[in-house]
Design a protein around this ligand. Sequence first.
Ligand SMILES: Cc1ncc(COP(=O)(O)O)c(C=O)c1O
Length: 383
Amino acid sequence: MDLEDTLLMMPGPVPVAPRVLRAMSKPMINHRSAEFAGIYTDCREILADVFQTKNDIFLLSGSGTAGMEAAVGSVAGNGDKVIAIENGKFGQRFKDLAALYAEVVPLEFEWGLSVDLEKVKEKLEEGAKAITLVHNETSAGIMNPAAEIGKLAKKHDALFIMDGITSLGGDVVKVDEWGVDIAIVGSQKCIAAPPGMAAVSVSEKAFEAMNGMKKRLYYNDLKAYKKSGDKPKPETPYTPAIPLFYALQEALHIVKEEGMEARIRRHRALSEAVRTAAGAMNIEMFPQLNEYSQYSNTVTAMKSPAGINGEDIKNDMKKRGVIIAGGQEHLKSKIFRIGSMGNTTPRDVLSTIQQLEIVLKKRGYIDSVGAGTEAATCIIDRL
Ligand SMILES: Cc1ncc(COP(=O)(O)O)c(C=O)c1O
């Protein structure tokens, strides 16, 4: 397989622009220097717009999970209760992570089902130091009601920790307005940088909670990030992944050049195009929505059509040069997922849909190709 000729349509990593790749080949610099401080500051300023926040933002050299661990481990310790909302693989990860540091109060929903806000309210009424939510649950293709949960958390004085790993940079996220105390994004998703970096925003209230902690994380301690980040020449506590910083800065410049409004519009239109095409091919969406949830605008999770294994669809697509994702854990083979995040173009989506039609026709699920592409085009042409 020629990697340079492969269309990556996964929910991360996503293709990165040639100028982002080139940025990584620049010479190394002293990470305690004005040059590094300039890059860090530039990234933080652009991310403030992506996050819609005035909170501090830190850049961790580590994937999204490092950011999730930093968030929970920095504010919650022995005996602290953390409510962990789960309706997919990454909600489960937050729960497992929280259990390592605190007393976890699981709030589990079947993967792909919507979060029941009444149950969230009930748990919060029992008292908790923090509540975790995955905003865009990538494993199930569902967008969870972050604004509503933020309101409830505030009312019950719990810190709101939100994984925005596959929503920030691609869809509407309002950290300050929604009262998100700690929000996390991963570099390899909507921002379209290489994998290996996480950005984390932290509110004053979250910093105050850190002050009372007896045991601290070491490597990903957000208090240490604050101390280094507040220096006149901002830096990170330990040696950062400098090539990834270069790449992230370049990727963020692309985000800024497009503008967040246009970027969100594009993400929304492209995912709607995938959903509409799926409908035209008789493929059902996987998530079950309620009045508060939505389909994800960055990844589309679809049920495998009757009689076809989702893994076969994924493998057939790969043979045709398009990399999509299957289901995770018990959803393996039952669903398949198409990412449309990062710098994905209408042409990328149309090529993917065309190949999917060919795969489904060859497997006998549809009689002819064209309906999906036609349906997707109608949405895309509105852009
Ligand atoms: C919603 C969500 N949270 C967390 C993660 C984990 O991020 P990483 O693989 O960068 O550690 C992912 C990765 O796909 C994700 O989609």
